[in-house]
Design a protein around this ligand. Structure first.
Ligand SMILES: *Cc1c(COP(=O)(O)O)cnc(C)c1O
Length: 379
């Protein structure tokens, strides 16, 4: 069976190629060298011979990620934001970008900065309203449609296939931040997206010890070549040791993600009717406004991310976070340990996130321990 036919679980477990041809090692080598020698005829041995353009351990991780998403190529960056800002750099001067009004705040903040400087024109749309998405995309004007699904921190689900059609009809490309789906439960490129993005800091690495971002393309084209060039010129590739750790994390992606999904569903169901909880936001619940799309688009669990709207205001939500004993009071997501965060504190007063929202990143612990922890914190 050729590697391209392997199922994603196998691709991840072997990080695509399990055996190092030079040594027979079944974990990949770590090439730390920043420069690579030329051969006898003074020809570079590798396609890049200086680390800013890429290096062998990085390429290994990229090939595995491209195979997982069934894209033609992947590029790893020193952070998720480095990947996002590099992609946005390919939007022509004054070009139009459409994106959701609620999403990962770092991306929204960066888009607003570019708009304020006159670098791009920006339309933010309500991601829960299909006609608002259609209305935000301008035929012949929009260059890039950026979506996130499920999106931070309401976990609303956007229909990728429909949005891809709208983008393409308008002459734009669709890029999808699929960090929360983690290349497990949704495959955006198969649904028509042009580029899929992950903060690999989160589920792909999964152990809260790497900062990394990846873009994966359906097709290698002129825009992709510009992204590759920009990464080298800006100097934003992922470093070899981080790439090596990422490969190590990737090998357990599917078991981690499935356990986190099962735990999160248990928590969501348990707290949905809780007297101290106003609402649970989780795409796996029938009460969630994205549930119908999620049933179609999330084919392997609804992920480990959910939010609790506690009864009361910001102070009540913060108090619950400080009382947790098992779930850790920290930002980020997608690690094996569960984390809780009062999102409004992190995003600041201008954030559209509700005051009483606690964002939970559910890990792979026993669900009963997590439920008991939140029960005692709610008091
Ligand atoms: C963390 C995150 C990012 C940014 O990635 P970094 O690796 O922190 O730079 C972008 N989008 C989503 C959904 C994220 O969770």
């Amino acid at each position: 069976m050729s590697n391209s036919k392997l199922r994603p679980e196998t691709v991840a477990a072997h990080s695509l190629k399990a055996i190092d041809e030079a040594t027979g090692a079944i974990t990949p080598p770590l090439h730390m060298s920043s420069t690579y020698a030329r051969d006898e005829s003074y020809t570079p041995k590798l396609k890049e011979n200086y680390i800013r353009g890429g290096s062998p351990t990085l390429w290994h991780a990229e090939e595995a990620l491209a195979a997982l998403e069934q894209g033609e190529a992947a590029l790893l960056f020193a952070s998720g934001m480095a990947a996002i800002t590099t992609l946005l750099e390919t939007v022509p001067m004054g070009g139009h970008v459409a994106a959701p009004d609620v999403m990962y705040y770092g991306t929204r903040d960066w888009l607003k900065r570019l708009e304020a400087k006159g670098r791009i024109a920006l339309t933010l749309f309500d991601p829960t309203d299909a006609s608002a998405i259609a209305g935000a995309i301008r035929k012949g004007k929009t260059n890039l449609v950026w979506i996130e699904t499920p999106l931070n921190p309401t976990w609303d689900v956007i229909d990728i296939a429909k949005t891809a059609k709208l983008a393409h009809d308008a002459g734009a490309i669709l890029a999808v931040d699929a960090t929360a789906s983690a290349a497990v439960t949704t495959r955006p490129l198969m649904l028509g997206a042009d580029i899929v993005f992950h903060s690999a800091t989160k589920y792909l690495n999964g152990h809260s010890d790497v900062l990394a971002g990846v873009l994966i393309t359906r097709q290698v084209n002129a825009r992709w070549e510009e992204i590759e060039l920009l990464r080298t010129k800006i100097g934003a590739p992922l470093a070899p040791f981080e790439a090596w750790l990422l490969i190590r994390g990737l090998r357990t992606l599917f078991v981690r993600y499935r356990q986190a999904s099962a735990n999160a569903l248990s928590l969501a169901q348990h707290f949905e009717k809780h007297p101290r909880i106003e609402r649970v936001l989780y795409p796996g619940l029938a009460s969630h406004r994205g549930h119908d799309i999620a049933l179609r688009q999330m084919t392997d669990g609804f992920g480990g991310m959910l939010s609790l709207l506690v009864k009361g205001g910001a102070a009540d939500a913060v108090k619950v976070c400080t009382r947790l004993k098992v779930i850790l009071p920290a930002t980020s997501l997608g690690g094996v340990e569960s984390l809780a965060e009062h999102r409004k504190t992190v995003e600041g007063p201008t954030s559209p996130v509700p005051d009483n929202l606690i964002r939970l990143s559910i890990g792979i612990e026993h669900a009963d321990d997590l439920i008991a922890d939140i029960e005692q914190a709610l008091g």
